[in-house]
Design a binder for this molecule. Structure first.
Ligand SMILES: N[C@H](CCC[C@H](N)C(=O)O)C(=O)O
Length: 279
């Protein structure tokens, strides 16, 4: 009898140590920005396994994991208020506009900032401001805009293909988006389909590389659409409304000799729930 109890306690102890050594439980918060959704991790202790793309994909899986378009890590930085690292659901690293807006809200939750901040991301420094849960995020200046026959290609922190369509109702975003996405040489491009609603309003649906599906919103994508529509003179306005499947985004900018500066992406960033992931 004593031996059996001893074995049981020993087995439980081995299981506990094994679990602690081989995987940790990491707290996360889930945020969404107009339906683009993210697992947010306070990684100031640097324990998140950044190189483990299988783990990133598993966390983002909508059946076997938490479910998200991407993962965002917040880390300390010597020069800026914080550093934001973004991974798509497939583990590829890039910049994310809606994710950056959620990162600003998360950094305020962590008491790392108040209502104004300058942080660093993979595409450089970004200024941002919080106003009643609406985040205005300064994007990088956009100078290189390639106007093709039926599309525009540009870079707003990541690659974007933009094309105007007559109607987005029942539009085959996945099928057509995937084809165009892979028509670009590695790393490919996100694909934005836009429908002009009025002088300064464009509805947008986006196929995102790295998620490899349509997302409910794409911040760098609507920024690319706003700039592309101004560049091709579909609008003369420098304040554009962009209704997306997950809500409403706004992009403003100043343009001088074909160069776009003071580019701001504005919209909500909302906390959804908190939990733990094993890493
Ligand atoms: N999937 C994109 C990154 C996220 C873009 C989007 N979620 C945004 O809000 O900017 C890429 O691989 O370039």
């Amino acid at each position: 009898m004593v031996l059996t109890d001893f074995n049981r306690v020993l087995t439980e102890l081995i299981l506990y140590v094994n679990h602690y050594l081989c995987c940790m439980n990491l707290p996360f918060l889930k945020y969404q920005g107009t339906g683009n959704d993210f697992v947010m991790v306070d990684n100031r202790t640097k324990i998140f396994p950044k190189k483990n793309t299988d783990k990133i994909s598993q966390i983002c899986d909508r059946h076997f994991g938490v479910g998200a378009d991407g993962i965002i890590l917040i880390e300390e930085d010597k020069e800026y208020d914080f550093k934001m690292i973004y991974f798509n659901a497939d583990g590829s690293e890039t910049f994310c506009g809606n994710g950056a807006r959620c990162a600003v809200a998360f950094a305020k939750h962590l008491k790392m900032i108040t209502d104004k901040t300058t942080f660093i991301a993979v595409d450089g420094p970004h200024f941002a401001e919080i106003n009643n849960d609406i985040i205005s995020l300064q994007m990088i200046d956009v100078d290189e805009i390639e106007v093709k026959e039926n599309a525009v290609f540009t870079y707003t922190g990541t690659q974007h293909h933009v094309e105007l369509v007559d109607s987005l109702d029942n539009y085959p975003v996945f099928e057509n988006g995937k084809k165009i996405r892979y028509s670009y040489t590695n790393p490919g491009s996100n694909v934005n389909f836009a429908q002009q609603i009025n002088e300064n309003t464009f509805r947008v649906r986006t196929y995102e590389k790295g998620v490899e599906n349509e997302t409910l919103a794409c911040g760098t994508g609507v920024t690319a659409v706003a700039i592309a529509m101004h560049k091709t003179k579909k609008t003369n306005s420098n304040l554009i409304s962009l209704p997306v499947e997950g809500g409403l985004l706004e992009v403003s900018f100043s343009e001088e000799n074909g160069s776009y500066k003071n580019v701001f992406l504005k919209g909500p960033a909302t906390f959804v729930f908190k939990g733990e992931i094993s890493v």
